[in-house]
Design a protein around this ligand. Structure first.
Ligand code: ATP
Ligand code: MG
Length: 194
């Protein structure tokens, strides 16, 4: 789509000055492509759960980091620790972990003025732990109460699955988000009932 936009722009420049009608239809075409591109970006950004299901949690997180965090100039270090061969967490858990990471990373980009972010995910029999640390300006939890929905929704998502979310921060000292969600024993996992 971006290439089509460029190509339409090029064509427009090659038109003789008197081709007003052609210019107009090219401008309409460009608007249409631009709108579709914007909508597509929104859809990808939201990454519907079905897509998360297709590519998996780690791949989805890598995509988000590259497209949304590194692209905005923040350096990210990722550490994904998943025992090979073990089954994936239930979709509800993967969705919650993805959404929490997305919101914590979005906050680091939007508010923290961070230079560096660390994203960690550990999946073990019995629990999943997600961490998002930034080296930004931190904040006073009391002061920001009621300012947005992000922190609240992260907490609710994790609590709904029986887990816990902790946000450790102080002005000037960066922000650390810890989410831990218990994992149900599943077939193939050590200790699971047959
Ligand atoms: N990593 C962070 N670094 C610095 N400040 C933060 C960070 N995360 C959150 N904050 C502060 O806490 C406030 C509340 O965050 P929250 O995610 O709940 O809402 P929001 O990001 O403002 O809006 P929303 O998430 O609903 O789009 C922010 O407005 C910001 O002032
Ligand atoms: Mg937010």
């Amino acid at each position: 789509m971006a290439a089509s936009l460029l190509s339409l722009g090029l064509t427009e420049r090659q038109l003789p000055a008197e081709s007003a009608a052609a210019r107009e239809s090219l401008a309409t075409a460009r608007n249409l492509v631009q709108c579709s591109l914007d909508q597509l970006k929104t859809v990808i950004y939201d990454l519907r759960p079905t897509m998360l299901d297709d590519i998996g949690l780690v791949a989805a997180l890598r995509w988000y980091v590259k497209a949304r965090v590194e692209a905005s100039g923040v350096q990210v270090e990722t550490q994904f620790d998943q025992t090979p061969g073990w089954p994936r967490p239930l979709p509800a858990v993967e969705i919650a972990l993805y959404r929490v990471a997305q919101e914590a990373l979005a906050n680091a980009v939007k508010h923290a003025e961070a230079r560096r972010v660390e994203l960690g995910l550990v999946l073990r029999p019995g629990y999943a732990a997600l961490t998002v640390f930034d080296d930004g300006k931190g904040f006073d939890a009391e002061e920001v109460r009621g300012r947005g929905l992000g922190l609240l929704s992260m907490r609710e998502r994790v609590a709904q699955l029986g887990g816990q979310l902790n946000v450790v921060t102080e002005p000037g000292l960066g922000t650390r988000v810890y989410a831990v969600i218990p994992l149900e024993p599943r077939a193939g996992v050590e200790g699971a009932s047959s």
